[in-house]
Unconditional design. Structure first.
Length: 148
């Protein structure tokens, strides 16, 4: 029997959703790093205010953000491959999210509107929660022998 056929359906579902989710995070990271003003306008945010806010982040928060999004993407691919290295990759993603978003939540000045109101204000918490759930899920799958 083929290895792919032995994978539980939930691994495919979680893996594909994780890949999409983390792909969006990587897209946001790239658009911000490229300083794409149209991207910020599409979110209803003043591009210059948003870029100035992000540029004010200390290096550790910027590195945490990059670590979080890129290791999330790598971890999602490894999860779909049923590879045990998905666990440390998603663990690094969680660490990056906590460092980068922890700064944003607790230490950064308020984000430009509308990023600091309504769901925009909750989004950092949602991202950390999803990163934690993906790490937990990968650990459970490794313990169950699904990730090798």
């Amino acid at each position: 029997m083929d290895q792919a056929m032995k994978k539980p359906t939930h691994l495919w579902v979680v893996g594909i959703l994780a890949l999409i989710w983390n792909g969006i995070g990587c897209y946001d990271y790239v658009m911000t790093r490229l300083r794409n003003e149209d991207y910020f306008r599409s979110m209803g945010t003043d591009p210059q205010a948003m870029l100035a806010w992000v540029d004010g982040f200390p290096i550790y928060a910027q590195l945490g953000w990059g670590l979080g999004v890129w290791m999330g993407l790598v971890g999602s691919v490894l999860l779909l491959m049923s590879h045990r290295w998905a666990v440390p990759a998603l663990g690094l993603s969680l660490l990056g999210a906590v460092v980068g978003l922890g700064y944003q939540i607790f230490m950064a000045p308020p984000a430009p509107a509308p990023m600091n109101e309504g769901f925009g204000a909750l989004m950092p918490w949602v991202i950390i929660a999803i990163a934690a759930l993906l790490y937990y899920y990968a650990n459970r799958q490794r313990a169950n022998g699904v990730l090798r």
